[in-house]
Design a protein. Structure first.
Length: 366
């Protein structure tokens, strides 16, 4: 029937009678005669700044918290940031809140969440705080990427690499990361028939980058797959319009046309082609043998032609020399002496000279 309530110096009592809030009780001892159990006193600590009570609305409406606590009444589109003693504590969703200010320095900041994206100087600290994920959706765009931000299905902007926060339960937010680095697409195993009905197997490489991230994610569902398809089509158009010999003789021209065709066709996809090339050309087995034989025959014919040219040149030189010796007897004598000198160098030589010279005498070589 008699109830004693003791309130310490760092506490306060919440006095209820018949379920209605009446007043705050300061530190001290209180005796209550309550045979019908109509009195209730909830003792709360002022050292714990956050006042949590199921009848907080009644306490706030009584006005007893004025100059003693900081009261926040957040609407559906509002959120609050709370700092306690200079340190960030937590983020508050919509609702009614009260913080004692007697023992702690409490600072709050109310934010309009209708902007959806949350921008703040202390964002790195805020996103690591307690229960931040309940009210914030954290999105990280990696280095070398761009984030395409859509709100309720509509494009908003392209975000550079970094960390971003968006308020939950305000709008449907989607951030699509797009790799903006230079990438390589391998288009392998393409079987294409030339104009003269020869089937080739080609392997091509395309180096590209995303120039417009918005187009890359909104025009097609997969920009890389679209580039692969366009490369196939351009290759088939270029190779199919040429005969095998013309294609093999003008590979550089085909590569240039491939690059130009791809640049025009993928510009609408938000892509930019840096280089394109044909890595391998694989011929059928029988075509390889035939081309090898043709090449071998060409090389043999070229070799025979060179031999004939050299023989003709040698014979022409000998004819010129003979004509020159015939027209000049002195040169003929000198030639004879050169021959004798060569013979004498390797054998014993006896020479009998007469009045009419070497050409009319007997030469004995021993």
């Amino acid at each position: 029937m008699i109830k004693l309530v003791k309130i310490h110096s760092y506490e306060v009592g919440l006095y209820f009678r018949d379920g209605e809030f009446r007043e705050l009780l300061e530190p001290g001892r209180y005796w209550f005669v309550d045979p019908l159990r109509r009195v209730r006193v909830d003792v709360v600590s002022l050292r714990a700044p956050w006042l949590v009570h199921p009848k907080l609305d009644l306490i706030v409406k009584s006005g007893v918290l004025v100059n003693r606590a900081k009261v926040l009444d957040l609407k559906d589109y509002e959120r609050a940031l709370v700092w306690i003693d200079g340190r960030f504590s937590h983020v508050l969703p919509p609702g009614l809140y009260a913080y004692w200010t007697a023992f702690c320095d409490v600072r709050t900041e109310v934010v309009d969440a209708r902007n959806v994206r949350f921008v703040h100087a202390d964002l790195p600290v805020i996103v690591k705080s307690q229960a931040a994920e309940r009210v914030l959706e954290i999105v990280t765009v990696p280095a070398g990427h761009a984030g395409v931000w859509f709100r309720d299905g509509s494009f908003v902007e392209v975000l550079p690499a970094g960390r971003y926060a968006f308020w939950r339960n305000i709008a449907d937010v989607k951030v699509v990361p797009v790799d903006t680095r230079e990438l390589i697409l391998d288009v392998a195993g393409q079987e294409i028939m030339t104009a003269d009905k020869v089937t080739l197997r080609l392997n091509a490489l395309v180096t590209y980058r995303v120039a417009d991230a918005r187009l890359a994610v909104s025009v097609v569902d997969d920009a890389r797959q679209a580039l692969y398809r366009e490369t196939q089509l351009v290759l088939r158009a270029l190779v199919g319009a040429r005969e095998l010999d013309g294609f093999l003789a003008d590979k550089d021209g085909v590569v240039q046309e491939l690059e130009q065709g791809l640049r025009r066709r993928v510009l609408a996809l938000g892509l930019e082609v840096a280089t394109a090339g044909i890595r391998d050309i694989i011929l059928p087995g029988e075509m390889k043998d035939l081309l090898n034989k043709v090449t071998e025959a060409k090389k043999a014919a070229e070799a025979n032609l060179i031999v004939r040219r050299e023989e003709t040149a040698a014979m022409r030189s000998q004819a010129n020399t003979a004509r020159l010796l015939q027209d000049n007897p002195t040169l003929m004598r000198l030639r004879e002496l050169e021959v004798l000198e060569k013979v004498a160098a390797s054998a014993k030589l006896s020479v009998v000279l007469g009045d009419k010279g070497l050409t009319e005498r007997v030469v004995n070589v021993l």
